[in-house]
Design a protein around this ligand. Structure first.
Ligand code: 6AU
Length: 254
């Protein structure tokens, strides 16, 4: 039996995860837009169009060729205007001592503006402690599975990711996964590799449709090229939003 987002609010404890669920309910959108473009102006224009339809914006801030701190200021303004949160997909993967500098220093200073970040678990729990030491209320999403063909996230690896999440509930609020990896509904499942007009990209990415992703356990679907490569990103985002949210409502009824 699938729990509604309203019911999930009762068991989700992380403040950022609660904030996200409240946005999902307000906007009837469990769509995360992955804005993987390399120019600031293009990124801001896209987010201005897609903003009304998303609960979460995912950035790869280090692919922006003309990055300045103003970009982040503008993105935060758009997040406020359109009521969404920001997830920096930095995929931290190093020692605790290193990731805390990558998270808070350098030119991006991610800890000063992101709501969510993610990390690989291959290095062990020290990565969580390192990130937590310098976090400013961020929610951490652990990468339990990947959407890429031939990835190395086997069952034992997923189990370790789960255990690390359970041991760090005050900071870890969910998983990057391709299907539900736990029956514990206090964690949110963020599912990438979603596209309704393509099955892959020739570089390992494997796509499923929005309804398939939700049926497999996605709380939030992550869509990149499906939206930003379309001729009308706003209309396409609206379509993804409606498909995913309808799939969620159908699950509740089934
Ligand atoms: O829809 P796409 O394929 O254009 O974009 C998918 C986005 C990209 C990937 O870096 C990211 O989702 N992603 C992740 C994340 C979010 O951690 C993990 C994964 O296994 N697969 C994946 O595509 O920005």
């Amino acid at each position: 039996m699938v729990k509604s987002f309203s019911d999930r609010l009762k068991c989700v404890s992380h403040p950022k995860a609660q904030e996200l669920i409240n946005i999902i309910l307000r906007k009837k959108s469990n769509l995360c837009f992955s804005a993987d473009v390399t120019e600031s102006q293009k990124l801001l224009e896209l987010v201005d169009k897609v903003g009304p339809h998303i609960c979460l914006l995912k950035t790869h801030i280090d692919i922006v060729s003309d990055f300045t701190p103003d970009l982040v200021t503008e993105l935060r303004k758009l997040a406020k205007k359109y009521d969404f949160l920001i997830f920096e997909d930095r995929k931290f993967a190093d020692l605790g001592n290193t990731v805390q500098k990558q998270f808070s220093e350098g030119i991006y200073k991610i800890s000063s503006w992101a709501d969510f970040i993610n990390a690989h678990v291959v290095v062990g729990p020290g990565i969580i402690t390192g990130l937590k030491n310098v976090a400013h209320n961020q929610g951490l999403i652990l990468i339990a599975q990947m959407s890429a063909a031939g990835n190395l996230c086997h069952q034992a690896y997923i189990k370790e990711a789960l255990m690390m999440a359970e041991d760090n509930r005050s900071f870890v609020c969910g998983f990057i996964c391709t299907e539900s990896v736990t029956s514990d509904e206090s964690f949110l499942n963020f599912v990438p590799g979603v596209n309704f007009s393509s099955s892959g990209d020739g570089l390992g990415q494997q796509f499923v449709s929005p309804s398939q992703a939700v049926q497999k356990g996605a709380d939030v679907i992550i869509v990149g090229r499906g939206i930003y490569q379309s001729s009308n990103p706003a209309a396409t985002a609206k379509e993804y939003k409606e498909l995913a949210y309808t799939a969620y409502l159908n699950l509740l009824e089934s």
